[in-house]
Design a protein around this ligand. Structure first.
Ligand code: SF4
Length: 301
């Protein structure tokens, strides 16, 4: 492949989240806007989004917590536990708040497949919590694929009858940040935009255009190989991963420029086909995640 030269990386828009967050913090410090309360619920999922947020570097998550919002409830991050934590959740719900939710809502058996705590001796289901909190929230963010449309939690055969947040809050405007997991910049940048200017411009699925507008395929550094019809035959090959099942041609997100873990790498950069985790319908609609040209293998043998 030495005859093919990868193009320089395209212009990045990775600074968008940082600029927005810095502006929000500056205006809060100057008394121009108020810090708002944030309730962060984790429902039916793997907690991968809150873990991803903790990797945030523009700025880090702790900086966001201290400078942009008052984090009133977070199952993973708060010191309180048990009924004390549930009481904090109820107390927070009495004030104005932004609601962020990761994980899907389990509907089966009135939500009993996802219990987030015990209140007054009774289990509090994710379904009850999100129905109650969603009605009063000033803004709602669905964080990650499970919250936006069911994601992995709703994958076939979906034994918990999990659904995305919009199904249980059909009348509410919900900003959707799909991804498995969400990139910290997508969350922090959207939160800062909410504080500064209100709801960012979104596409018809509720995804902020500042992050979700462009196909991976259109900014992929391997696109010249696609255009010349030069395809990887196995993982590790440095050419276009289309024939191994890459979903970059149908997936809208800024991974090629933003990348992950502080711009260290991203799936295609690590020779892994994109699995389309920011597309609605993921994972079922994007499976299988890897395909092989079996006719080629037979011929080679
Ligand atoms: S198919 Fe995948 S690897 Fe190939 S150019 Fe498109 S996004 Fe890049």
């Amino acid at each position: 492949m030495s005859g093919y030269i990868l193009p320089p990386e395209p212009m990045t828009n990775e600074a968008v989240a940082e600029r927005l967050t810095n502006a929000a913090v500056s205006r809060i410090q100057n008394g121009l806007i108020k810090k708002q309360n944030l309730i962060y619920l984790e429902l039916n999922g793997c907690s991968g989004n809150i873990i991803s947020l903790l990797n945030g570097q523009n700025p880090d998550f702790e900086y966001m917590v201290n400078s942009m919002v008052n984090l009133r409830y977070s199952n993973s991050l708060m010191a309180s536990e048990g009924e004390q934590a549930m009481e904090k959740l109820l107390a927070a719900s009495q004030d104005e708040y932004i609601l962020a939710v990761e994980g899907a809502v389990a509907l089966r058996d009135n939500g009993l497949y996802n219990v987030i705590g015990t209140l007054n001796g009774k289990p509090l289901t994710g379904l009850e919590a999100v129905t109650m909190l969603g009605q009063k929230a000033s803004r709602i963010l669905a964080v990650g694929a499970c919250a936006t449309h069911g994601g992995v939690s709703a994958a076939k055969p979906n034994p918990s009858e999990s659904v995305g947040l919009q199904r249980v809050l059909p009348e509410k405007e919900i900003i959707k940040l799909p991804g498995c997991p969400v990139n910290p910049d997508w969350f922090l940048g959207t939160l800062a935009h909410l504080l500064l200017y209100g709801v960012p411009e979104t596409d018809n699925l509720g995804r902020p255009l500042m992050f979700y507008s462009t196909l991976i395929h259109d900014r992929c550094p391997r696109r010249p190989f696609f255009d010349k019809g030069i395809f990887a035959e196995k993982l590790g090959d440095k050419t276009c991963l289309f024939k191994l099942g890459c979903r970059g041609p149908v997936t809208r997100i800024d991974c090629p420029t933003r990348q992950w873990n502080g711009h260290v790498n991203w799936p295609i950069g690590a020779n892994t086909p994109c699995i389309g985790c920011t597309q609605f319908g993921f994972p079922d609609a994007m499976a299988p995640f890897i395909t092989y040209d079996t006719t080629r293998v037979v011929k080679d043998e």
